[in-house]
Design a protein around this ligand. Structure first.
Ligand code: PMP
Length: 417
């Protein structure tokens, strides 16, 4: 008898049988409030009827129109539809299956387009687990330890982690940009640097929103040195942060945008977007994949875009995100062990610390486990695993947010009490 490899590390013991909206139902019929959304994927909720209908229709028409062999309409239609929501000028798209693959594609594009090798990432970043993307990932030991040597050419600059430094956002931003300037005249000379790759909210690294001035500082340096600004919107895209794209909280237009997760409501699909003039510098055929731009995934993505627009999920993410942040702050006010509450839109987190301000992963794990016992599914993150994050589907109602907060308050009291 075969068994699943212990390589698989699962955050909860739930066996999910069925999903509907913000809920998952397990084998015993128990209902779980899913504030993980499949790691920020099921933005339209589990099995949104319009996504289901679109995918079912496509399954009976054409499942696999392999895109390096033949073209198919769902891919063409999706390209057109994404053109309506992408930042001005990012009018050329290439599709793959996962966030990591799209990150890899952006590295190739940046190296081809600039003729330079180095990619600068920011400490605490998560860009994926494939070997190129892993070289850009600094969110924790498990993503790097024992698998090297990783792809050369990745340089790491500080991300403005104000809470960790005990600084204001302004101080942290000033420090991070100064260190970046130093890096560009030392370890990664500007003339050798192809791109900055940045998350608008440091995701797996601890749910730390990039201060707008930081992203704007990157844009300014990118322009000054002919470096590309690649924004990894894999987790922050499609309304998650209360704007359609996470980078829209700052005045910093990306040269390349990476997207996946929320794009297709759970079907594997990712894309990179860039100006056509930039994409033309990539070598045709240098990217691809058997399943890239799968027809069913594209049909689901088209329906996803329509649901986001028709149900104003971006607006709802802003409103419910504020409600969630407010409630999390109230819980934190009763528990000094929650040292920080932060986030953008429906990407919110609580950071657990010991009385002397050190990361407290054990407390976070207890709160996470106590929440799961009460039927509230959450995830941890952060290099030390001491941050508990909430990423509900964007269809979540105020009442469901309040339900989640009540369960959270109870779980935290149990875990810390
Ligand atoms: N970039 C970011 C910002 C992510 O959050 C993730 C996934 N958590 C990835 C890339 C990698 O995506 P995937 O797991 O689909 O390869």
């Amino acid at each position: 008898m075969a068994t699943l490899s212990p390589l698989l590390k699962q955050a909860t013991p739930v066996l999910a049988e069925r999903g509907e909206g913000v809920y998952l139902y397990d084998a015993e019929g128990r209902r779980h409030l899913d504030f993980t959304a499949g790691i920020g994927v099921t933005n339209t909720g589990h099995c949104h009827p319009r996504v289901v209908e679109a995918a079912q229709r496509q399954v009976g028409t054409l499942i696999h129109g392999q895109y390096t062999t033949v073209m198919h309409r769902p891919l063409l239609r999706l390209t057109e539809a994404l053109g309506e929501v992408l930042p001005e000028g990012l009018d050329s798209l290439f599709f793959l299956n996962s966030g990591s693959e799209a990150v890899e594609a952006s590295i190739r594009l940046a190296r081809h387009a600039t003729g330079r090798q180095n990619i600068v990432v920011f400490h605490g970043s998560f860009h994926g687990r494939t070997m190129g993307a892993a070289a850009l990932t600094t969110a924790g030991t498990k993503f790097r330890a024992g698998i090297g040597p990783l792809m050369p050419g990745a340089a790491i600059a500080p991300f403005p982690q104000a809470y960790r430094y005990g600084w204001s956002e302004e101080e942290a931003t000033r420090f991070a940009l100064r260190e970046l300037d130093y890096l560009l005249v030392t370890a990664s000379p500007a003339s050798d640097t192809a791109a900055f790759v940045v998350e608008p909210v440091l995701g797996e690294g601890g749910y730390i929103p990039a201060p707008p001035a930081f992203l704007e500082g990157l844009r300014e340096r990118a322009d000054r040195h002919g470096i590309l600004l690649i924004v990894d919107e894999v987790q922050t895209g499609f309304g998650r942060t209360g704007r359609f794209w996470g980078h829209e909280h700052a005045a910093a237009r990306p040269d390349v945008l990476i997207t996946a997760k929320g794009l297709a409501s759970g079907f594997p699909l990712s894309a990179i977007a860039a100006p056509a003039a930039l994409m033309e510098k990539a070598r045709p055929g240098s990217q691809g994949g058997t399943y890239g731009g799968n027809a069913v995934a594209c049909a689901a993505a088209l329906a996803t875009l329509q649901v986001i627009a028709d149900e104003d999920l971006v607006g709802n993410a802003a409103v419910q995100g504020a409600r969630l942040n407010d409630g999390l702050r109230k819980v934190a006010a009763d528990h000094p062990a929650i040292g920080d509450v932060r986030g953008l839109g429906l990407m919110q987190a609580s950071e657990f610390t010991t009385p002397d301000g050190e990361p407290d992963a054990a407390a976070a794990a207890r709160a996470h486990g106590a929440a799961a016992e009460r039927g509230l599914l959450l995830l941890t993150c952060g290099a030390y695993g001491n941050v508990v994050r909430m990423i509900p589907p964007l269809i979540v109602t105020g009442e469901q947010i309040d339900d989640g907060l009540a369960l959270w308050a109870d779980a935290v009291a149990d875990a810390l009490g």
